[in-house]
Design a protein around this ligand. Structure first.
Ligand code: PLP
Length: 390
């Protein structure tokens, strides 16, 4: 059989997507092949599917400190972001049409804000410091009488910076403004307790935590005003229409249950491997910058900018050496525009072009980090020798 996957390769692109855990796949299979009934049906296989969906909702809720009825499953993280932002902005239009986000959000958030601007909403895009941190005081100053929504990501998918979500949430709560966080990179990697965190809505996606692609959730704190986004059937307590992706939801429940239990151990192991990569590259390659915050960062993300290098060429040569990594978010790679995140932290265009994102999972090993460190200095030197840049 032809090889179609990453088998035999070092897979270092886990911020883009992750391998489905074997136990997750096993939990999902019966809901394709045996209990394939529609979860809204009243007969046996439908009732079994409904039971599995509700059990998964319970697991997801427990993992993030929410009540099960505050969790609505969606088709992906992108849908969760779109729904939170569009739904809350529209629900709040009686109060005003001003909405606030940051310059470093994922396009699932940024482009939703752009779409709302076309509908007549006014958006503020907050800047970040050179580490990618949002200042809660900037959020406070941006909020006006007609502001209805603030959306700030939990952790950045490109540079790994973890934002002060608790402080920003407090600012929003004091001002009576709905607060959404895109936690797609954080859920399953960082411990999150929504019973303590002042967040009204939170978005997550299963495929970032060893679950399947095509399933996400939106946490909606009880009492949060939000319009419907998907119209049709009465699924998800009439909040999100569309036949439930039962195997996907089951997989999400299992994946998050496993991930939440593993956070401390897994985080420590990944942090040690990342530290080795950073120290190894810094010690062997000149003219490198570590992007993102040195400490307040995801335990599984390293983002480096190499001067006088074109990121895409670096990725190709790494791929030829058996290492799969990224030079930005998967959605922006393939375009020649430098990452909006790297520009927002102040990197000049030519340096932003030379970035490398290495992102780990619980399956990553120190041996894989050593394999990267063995080939990377030579590849960088080769590319720099060919570079027209001074
Ligand atoms: N938000 C962030 C921060 C992400 O990293 C991603 C995926 O890359 C998304 C949203 C979109 O999630 P999904 O791929 O499930 O649509």
């Amino acid at each position: 059989m032809a090889t179609v996957g990453s088998e035999g390769k070092v897979y270092f692109d886990n911020n883009a997507t992750t391998k489905v855990d074997g136990a997750v796949l096993e939990a999902m299979i019966p809901y394709f092949s045996e209990a394939y009934g529609n979860a809204s049906a009243v007969y046996g296989s439908g009732v079994a599917a409904r039971g599995a969906v509700e059990a998964a909702r319970g697991k997801v809720a427990a993992a993030v400190g929410a009540n099960p009825d505050e969790i609505a499953f969606t088709g992906c993280g992108t849908e969760s972001d779109n729904w939170a932002i569009m739904g809350a902005a529209r629900a709040g239009r009686g109060k005003g049409r001003h909405i606030v986000t940051t310059a470093i959000e994922h396009h699932a958030v940024l482009d939703t804000f752009k779409a709302l601007e076309k509908e007549g909403y006014e958006a503020t895009y907050l800047p970040v410091d050179r580490y990618g941190l949002v200042d809660p005081d900037d959020v406070r100053k941006a909020i006006r009488g007609d502001t209805t929504l603030v959306s700030v990501m939990y952790a950045n998918n490109e540079i790994g910076t973890v934002e002060p979500i608790g402080e920003i949430g407090e600012v929003c709560a004091r001002k009576g403004v709905t607060f959404h966080t895109d936690a797609v990179q954080a859920v399953g990697t960082l411990a999150i307790d929504l019973s303590k965190l002042p967040v009204d809505m939170l978005s997550a996606s299963a495929h970032k935590l060893h679950g399947p692609k095509g399933v996400g959730f939106l946490y909606i704190r009880k009492g949060t005003k939000i319009d419907k986004f998907m119209h049709g059937g009465g699924q998800e307590r009439r909040r999100r229409a569309g036949t439930e992706n039962v195997p996907g939801i089951v997989g999400f429940g299992k994946a998050l249950e496993l991930a939440a239990a593993e956070i401390p151990r897994k985080g420590e192991a990944m942090r040690a491997i990342c530290a080795r990569i950073i120290e190894g590259v810094m010690g062997s390659v000149p003219d490198v910058i570590l992007n993102g915050h040195p400490e307040r960062r995801l335990p599984n993300n390293v983002n480096l900018a190499f001067r006088r290098i074109e990121g895409e060429s670096l990725l190709l040569l790494l791929d030829m050496a058996g290492i799969e990594a990224s030079s930005g978010s998967a959605c922006t790679s393939g375009s020649l525009d430098p990452s909006h995140v790297l520009l927002a932290v102040g990197l000049p265009h030519e340096v932003a072009h030379g970035s490398l994102r290495v992102s780990l999972s619980k399956y990553s090993t120190m041996g894989e980090a050593e394999a990267l460190l063995k080939v990377l200095p030579g590849i960088v030197a080769r590319l720099r020798a060919m570079s027209p840049l001074p």
